[in-house]
Design a protein around this ligand. Sequence first.
Ligand code: PEP
Ligand code: MG
Length: 316
Amino acid sequence: ARAAAADVPAGPGALADGTPVKLLANLGKPGEAAEAVRLGAEGVGLFRTEFLFLDRLTTAPTVADQQESYREVLAAFPGKRVVVRLLDAGADKPLAFLNPGEEENPALGRRGLRALRATASVLADQLTALAAAQAQTEAELWVMAPMVATVEETAFVTRAIHDVGIRTAGVMVEIPSVALIADRVLSRTDFASIGTNDLTQYTMAADRQLGSVAALQDPWHPAVLRLVKEVGAAGAALGKPVGVCGEAAADPLLAVVLAGLGVTSLSMSPTALADVRVSLARYSLDDAAAIAEAALAADEAADARQAARAAADTIT
Ligand code: PEP
Ligand code: MG
């Protein structure tokens, strides 16, 4: 059943002082786009293209198949930003046609952009399909690469994306190396999107799929927040957008902290948009920065969450 109109807050995401924080949707399938629009998404911050192809055993999807899927997502967001992620194969997202072979530690192996570079035809086909889909719609297509570790990789993929006529190219910040040199990375590309699921996994050396270390998989950890701060500061200094598209963006209080650290867009499961929108609207950018400072000063993830809560409670 459709929710009452009053249940679906409209208007762009913003802090209490009017600072915009774009509220975007994470999508895994084109069919999810309509619901995201209904729930107030201002665009798409992460379209996980690998989920279109997880059922493929050994053959890569054709350009035509891909183009149609991308066109469907883009068509739902005329005039809006749609960030598509290049195939992120490996580790938790195995794709047989990009199989790296036996690896003892697949999370540290040939995954993400590494796998794409090793299979140049798959990268070329995906970029061709994306450029063709862009030409069929009015959406503003942004394309980003997963699992980027170096400036060289950033420059390589940014050029590959621009070369097919897609104007806005970026990288995901999922590996601590690129957060630590975010200024140099952002100087070579158009935007960054922080994937806090993997960034937390790699910062804490805690497998995101392993329940026994789940307590360490907490994006509130001050070590993770410091990395986010590096990226936010680099984005502000260079005038480049910095988003967050991991699960952290869907936590209403952590969303305020992220905004306080310089993040300019938050992308999440569409069902989380309403609560995050309400939470952001309670605090100014100065408030958010103060709440973020309180979290950063903690030793542990749980303490950071509590400190942020206490700081927020003194404001509202
Ligand atoms: C992330 O790592 O935070 C992310 C958004 O990508 P995924 O969860 O698909 O790895
Ligand atoms: Mg990831």
